[in-house]
Design a protein around this ligand. Sequence first.
Ligand code: DGJ
Length: 744
Amino acid sequence: MKKYFLLACLAAATLGSHAEKIALSTPNNTLVIDVWKGGEPTFVYYGAKLSMDEIKAMPAATNANWSHLQLYPAYGATHCESETAFAMRHYDGNLSTQLLVTDYKYENITDLAPNGATRHGNRIVITLQDPLYPDVAHLYYQSYDDVDMIECWTDFTNNEKGTVTLTQFYSTCMPIRRGNVHATHFTGTWAAEAQMVVDKLQGGTLVLKNKDGMRNAHTERNEIMFSLDGYPSETSGDVIGTSLLYSGNYRTTVETDASEYHYFFSGINPDNSEYHLGKGQTFTTPRVAYTFSNEGTSGASRNFHRWARKYQLRHGDKERDILLNSWEGVYFDINQQGMDQMMHDIASMGGELFVMDDGWFGDKYPRKTDNSSLGDWFVDRNKLPNGIEGLISDAKKNGVKFGIWIEPEMANTTSVLYEAHPDWIVKAPGREPVLGRGGTQVVLDLSNPQVQDFVFSVFDNLLTKYPEIAYIKWDCNAPIMNHGSQYLTMDNQSHLFIALHDGLLSVLKRIRAKYPDVIVQDCASGGGRVNYGLLPYFDEFWVSDDTDALQRIYMQWGTSYFYPAIAQASHISAAPNHQTGRVVSIKFRADVAMSGRLGMEIQPKNMTDEEKNICRQAINDYKRIRPIVQFGDQYRLHSPYEGDNLASLMYVAEQKDRAVFYWWKLETFVNQHLPRVKMQGLDPNRQYRISELNRIDNVALPFEGQSFSGHYLMTVGLEMPSGHNTSYSGQTDWASRVLLLEAQ
Ligand code: DGJ
């Protein structure tokens, strides 16, 4: 730990009027900043780790070609024509701000990460002040001693005579040296999340943003990987990866002007969100996490995965159960006997957990479809005469754990809750509410502390009454459809989006303080809340409502850029698939699902015996590889976006003694020539024995049971037959392989 602190101590702690270099390092990354009293802090370097001597010798960042390297440019006093990190209206109406360094300090930090883990690192705190006003801002940069991640954020305290208004408040600004820089980012929609987009950065502005109010990850995601030296490669080249740790509306901007740099900004979206800060109050931005890797985009992803498992996700070090979720199996058609049957079926295939999805609640207004009952979290005794007690005892009888679905931030206008508390919903003042899903869904106003108590109680009542509940699926199926809070004053209506998010975080913190152990899934119409703002309170997320195995390869590929496999709920579902209608072989469906957190989303009683057998085998095999998939390092080997009908990736255990290799053929043509895939991440000097999992072929692969050196597997690779050797009637156009590698 001391090693990094020493590195940070390059600069003297007393600040003079000449530029002083300050640095922060992780095991393999270094950030260097220039500070001097009365000036703006400026960016010098972020990249591979440098020695103290190298940092000392490093020239100050150049301002050549109009480069402007200020780390937190404020609008108006000097920066007008380019994007700024911060803008405000002072108490006297002045729109100009200047944030100049008055001081800085290093701190050796041991604190609790948001998932409750203890973390060690160092922190630079730079204090900024406007010479005209008594306000104080701080820039924070915090490193980790054991993972390559630096987080940064900002706060601003109003010391003026009265309320001021913040109109722009990014968390960070990072100049990125021009060159052949490409930005890989992700776009999508419901049921088609995380589609990869690669933009070569040239002049102009790239803006990614979200204004949904509740779910910020269906459409454009805030994360970007910058490949600094050419078209992105999964395996080589310098990459900076960045993620905003926030679940509300965001704006991420990359502006490129005539200078030598691209300017990256990320933070809360200020659209319709100007923030009134009372005298003496402090506004703190969410954090942005940065990593650097010289092992290509896959290397930057591995840095994110390690940090996520250790410091972001709940229980990132605990194996996840294999589950059956009831949604695609029965939709709203819940009943006691049907649930019992599903529990029996998943147990018979080796599963460990059963989750009852939507449709179990509603008393006065039973939830038969999506047009009623949200808010009325009482068991529908017509569907479930023995209540949740009955389900829990069925689960015990069947030898599986029990989980349940809730959507606590919502109501339907057809509900007892809405009848009692019409003032608890988000709606524009003086107007009728806009209604969402089912024609009656509305969003509860979490800026209101009474609503926060209610949302907490939904979770708390279930877990207090039924402590046997092992898993909660927390859903969120509506955006903010009209702007307004019945709780916030008319002066502060612009606080709505930020206040809703703060309210949700405060509920989740209360829940985790009281229920640290229960497993909670983050679901929002699929992958609507895949972000590191919320994940510290959850164990995993539902990648997408689209369970089609082929489309999942693309979505899980994109999602894996920033999120580890342990968090990606990935379920075997029916054929034809309910979203795309595609008929995919059961082997292929299983082989895709078992590259994430394996589960099932299907009515087992409609499955054939052959399908059940293959799933039983897959579940059994997955138990053998679960620690490698869930805790290992991921190597993306061959992208489905290459356009040559193949995707391949692998996971390697930390000790490099075991690995699992996935190979999926994406389309079938006669006389097809698929590339041979080279493996990665193995120990070149060890011998690995190969065995195929989920095997359906009549004849074993030619290399079954044979051993190869890691060097051979990584420089030559294994030839995969492009189809399966099964009976003629068993042949389909799908082909996939899962290989287990065990060091001898
Ligand atoms: C949307 C979720 O993504 C689905 O998995 C399911 O839980 C439905 N909501 C239930 O309404």
